[in-house]
Design a binder for this molecule. Structure first.
Ligand SMILES: Cc1ncc(COP(=O)(O)O)c(C=O)c1O
Length: 486
């Protein structure tokens, strides 16, 4: 028994074991070490072989110098401090605010009252209306504001949905591998079963229906009550976007097997190759063609202000839309979200602006468009530069950058490196990632943090960091690593 156990109520062995069991590699040991290095550098330490830490482990755009969109922040400045609206002339003539910024701030304040007040549990009604209108424009099918729930980031939406879906240790949820570890971690917390299905790296990380069917059958045969399937589209860490055919196949399978579909669409605007097709749009078109067959498909789709060109992840905003859920279940979802009172109200305002940005012809449009396009082009260029560097590295294979904010290359490490990793009690990809961090200050996440096929090794890096100097650091490290262990 540790000495702590005698003097305190809580110790590592008596807290919730499901918290202990949960793994979340994107903020794990590597990220902690990276923060230690950052703190050392800030104190003026000069004995590290780098002068800057690059946090390429997490899609955190503004930490890596992505500038916030001016329209969003100008409006927020006014909703946070409405007294500024009494000085319209100063705003317009001296601070360069445009009239549509002032109008939007007034409108939002009318909808929410004060951003310091709780809103209705599922979000301010006017903001839910805006989201519904956006979905109608995006998909060409009606959307009902009553089906929309504002959330504290997509993470809190996922948390809500999995809490509702997971009835006990026997509940299973199909999760893509590799995946963003929010899903496996939350299933661990809920003591439910993750039913992994593998994405096909040889086909650009496509969703393989046969793999889904096989994973589902195996779990059902083992007695698991599989109730839902998670789809991340575009993928994290893979960036792959699903084709309409693949989405149809998933919906069809979900209809046959009565699976709730959780469509995580937070990267819907981060697309470099192909096109984004929402699950809602494809579902509604299938329902139009064959209403009886798809009538009861349950779909929850999620979006966020964290990603895309918005990148406001620190504000913690998002929403999910429910389609086809039983009204009694919906009541429980409503009760569940009401237990946390409401999503952050400032974040709800950002959601509103994300789904209803300045339109062509409006005063803020030109700058908005210029900023949006600049961020998009910068991301695409950095993705290409990183991809090109990976392609030239020995033993590294990388799929074309397709979307999201990440590359997920395969690495083939020499046997001596694998042995050295074993001696340190680390997986080889973890060993590689620690070495990379220690030598260059670049923090990536080993593939094992997302799941990967047996006998394959990967790492995930974002392509958010500005410039390409850090890419050179990775290339140099890799060459030296391979030489050391060859
Ligand atoms: C696929 C995916 N879903 C959800 C999230 C969570 O995003 P949010 O900041 O909206 O909670 C992330 C964050 O990286 C993500 O990659």
């Amino acid at each position: 028994m540790s000495t702590h156990a005698a003097v305190r109520s809580l110790n590592i062995n008596n807290i919730n074991p499901h918290v202990r069991a949960a793994e979340y590699a994107v903020r794990g040991e590597l990220a902690v070490r990276a923060e230690e290095y950052r703190a050392k550098l800030a104190k003026g330490c000069t004995d590290l072989p780098f002068d800057k830490v690059i946090s390429a482990n997490i899609g955190n755009p503004q930490q890596l110098d992505q500038k916030p969109i001016t329209f969003f922040r100008q409006v927020l400045s006014l909703v946070e401090y409405p007294q500024l609206l009494e000085k319209e002339a100063v705003l317009l003539e001296q601070l360069g605010y445009k009239s549509d910024v002032i109008e939007r701030a007034k409108w939002l304040l009318k909808e929410v009252g004060s951003v310091g007040a709780y809103s209705a549990s599922a979000g301010a009604p006017g903001i839910r209306d805006s989201v519904a209108k956006f979905l109608e424009r995006r998909d060409g099918f009606p959307a009902d504001p009553k089906d929309i729930y504002l959330s504290a980031g997509a993470s809190s939406g996922v948390n809500t949905l999995l809490h509702i879906i997971c009835a006990g240790p026997n509940t299973g949820v199909l999760v893509p591998i590799p995946q963003y570890p929010l899903y496996t971690a939350t299933l661990s917390l809920l003591n439910a079963q993750c039913v992994p299905y593998y994405l096909d790296e040889s086909k650009g990380w496509g969703t393989d229906l046969e793999a889904i069917k096989a994973a589902h059958k195996k779990a059902v045969d083992e007695g698991t009550d599989v109730r839902a399937i998670v789809i991340i589209n575009p993928g994290n860490p893979t960036g792959a976007s699903l084709s309409v055919e693949d989405i149809k196949a998933v919906i069809d399978f979900a209809a046959q097997e009565k699976l709730v579909i959780m469509a995580d669409e937070v990267y819907q605007t981060n697309i470099f190759l192909g096109e984004f097709h929402s699950f809602k749009k494809v579902l509604r078109s299938m329902q139009k063609d064959e209403p009886e067959k798809y009538k009861y498909v349950e779909l929850a789709s999620l979006h966020s202000i964290s990603k895309g060109m918005v990148g406001e992840c620190g504000h913690r905003g998002g929403y999910f839309e429910l389609c086809g859920f039983d009204p009694e279940v919906v009541e429980q979802i409503y009760k569940f979200v009401s237990i946390s009172l409401c999503a952050p109200v400032v974040a709800q305002c950002v959601v509103e602006m994300m789904v209803n940005p300045p339109k062509e012809g409006e005063p803020s449009y030109e700058l908005y468009k210029q900023e949006w396009d600049g961020i998009y082009t910068g991301l695409r260029e950095r993705a290409r530069a990183l991809y090109k560097a990976f392609r030239e590295m020995e033993g590294v294979e990388c799929q074309d950058p397709q979307g999201a904010m990440y590359l997920f290359p395969t690495i083939h490490l020499p046997p001596k490196a694998i042995e050295a990793a074993k001696k340190e009690g680390r997986s080889p990809d973890e060993f590689y990632a620690f070495r990379l961090l220690d030598a260059t200050g670049v923090c990536v996440v080993p593939g094992s943090g997302f799941g990967q096929k047996e006998n394959t090794l990967h790492f995930r890096t974002t392509f958010l960091a500005p410039g390409t100097e850090w890419v050179g650091r990775i290339t140099k490290f890799h060459k030296e690593f391979m030489d050391e262990f060859r």
